[in-house]
Design a protein around this ligand. Sequence first.
Ligand code: THU
Length: 130
Amino acid sequence: MAEIDWELLRAKAIEATARSYAPYSGLAVGAAALVGDGRIITGCNVENASYGLALCAECTLVGQLRMTGGGRLTAFACRGGEGQLLMPCGRCRQLLYEHGGPDCLVDAPDGIVTVAGILPYAFGPEHLPE
Ligand code: THU
């Protein structure tokens, strides 16, 4: 597999924070991912006055994945508006598992890890009846 340009992914995630709608938490979040076919997709968080309805940046990223041709996520990075590294919340780890699988790479504070590493013993489509 070709070398992953993590600096580019991080820059795209930071760029995506500019699209964030976060008037309630004040935390702009941007996400970027490399897809199997080489394209880079992004997402930003979109909050709501009904707080619990907030869409994480990973949610809109998955929307963009599907809207631009689908495929599998191979590498993922998430950043805040100050450029700080953020890790996906529990729910979003599940989204990455669904669309990237256990081997999808994730930018983490201590280096590059896998989705399996941050979501051990994952529940997935393979556990559903046929
Ligand atoms: N947020 C994300 O966008 N992704 C995560 O994985 C963690 C949390 C957003 C949701 C909300 O808009 C803000 O961060 C504060 O929780």
